[in-house]
Design a protein around this ligand. Structure first.
Ligand code: A2P
Length: 263
């Protein structure tokens, strides 16, 4: 892969950590190239050499915040998926290919100032929110930060120990976030204390009530959305129905949606 990386101008990065959450989900870390810069919440192309000898790359949101010295990724394992069927076998010491350019729409600059930041994701759509949550700029801009994660089975609530407990005692963010962060996991196909799709909970007011928000405060919230195509589409309809507008860096609005990344 070294020659391929060089020929295509890609980084070749060593895997330093692998964690399997469930038979269908895993996370891994690679070393961070010294020259690699990104904004928390962005994605990058990563992959392996394809069987045709060309790079086989997919867009992956970076789980790590921009200040961290490694790069973490969160992935599904698809048995017949061209890339993930192979990526799931990564071991510490293996290498992956990585692009040099990062991009993404889940950036605070595309949102108007607001008190509450609602980051709503399904499946591996949680990944960029893990990054944004741990970026100090997020805490400067928003008074209350929410990460809502909807999955089918509770075992798929990856990072839930960190989000539910450990973050409160985190050296860097513990004190800052203790009273200003809410983790809101929901499970759609199994028993759990908060059941059902997050979209239904937002629509029928349970989410706002659980956050302790009045209707006016709810309308003042800013939103970041990342999940499957169907989920993104449903959330856009819901937010537009609340009179909110999608923002861009040049024209900030009340919500942003990551479309490149399908969790
Ligand atoms: P459900 O179990 O009701 O389909 P997936 O694994 O298919 O990507 O789904 C991840 C989670 O996102 C599941 O809990 C799923 O709920 C939920 N989900 C899928 N599509 C939508 C949608 N259009 N709106 C809200 N939640 C969705």
């Amino acid at each position: 892969m070294e020659a391929l990386a060089e020929a295509k101008g890609l980084f070749l990065q060593k895997v330093t950590w692998v964690h399997h959450w469930t038979p269908g989900l895993f996370s891994f870390r690679v070393e961070r190239p010294q020259s690699f810069r990104f904004t928390s919440g962005e994605f990058v192309m990563i992959g392996l050499a394809g069987t045709d000898g060309r790079p086989l790359l997919r867009a992956y949101s970076i789980v790590s915040p921009a200040w961290e010295d490694h790069l973490e990724f969160f992935s599904v394992k698809v048995a017949d998926g061209a890339l993930t069927s192979r990526l799931q076998h990564l071991q510490v010491g293996d290498h992956i290919l990585m692009g040099r350019k990062t991009t993404g729409t889940l950036v605070a600059d595309a949102l108007e100032p607001g008190k509450h930041l609602m980051m709503i994701g399904t499946g591996t759509g949680l990944a960029p929110f893990m990054s944004i949550l741990r970026d100090p700029e997020t805490h400067e801009r928003f008074g209350h930060i929410v990460v809502a994660h909807t999955v089918r089975q509770k075992e798929e609530l990856a990072y839930s120990e960190f989000l539910g407990e450990e973050i409160k005692n985190d050296e860097i963010f513990g004190e800052m976030l203790r009273d200003r962060f809410t983790y809101y996991p929901t499970v759609t196909r199994g028993a759990f204390h908060t059941q059902g799709r997050i979209t239904d909970r937002i629509r029928d007011g349970r989410f706002g009530a659980d956050m302790g928000l009045s209707e006016a405060e709810h309308a003042e919230a800013r939103w970041m959305i990342c999940g499957s195509i169907a989920f993104n589409a449903e959330m856009i309809g819901l937010l537009e129905g609340m009179g909110l507008r999608e923002g861009t860096r040049s024209n900030p609005g009340q919500f942003v949606v990551e479309r490149a990344f399908v969790g």
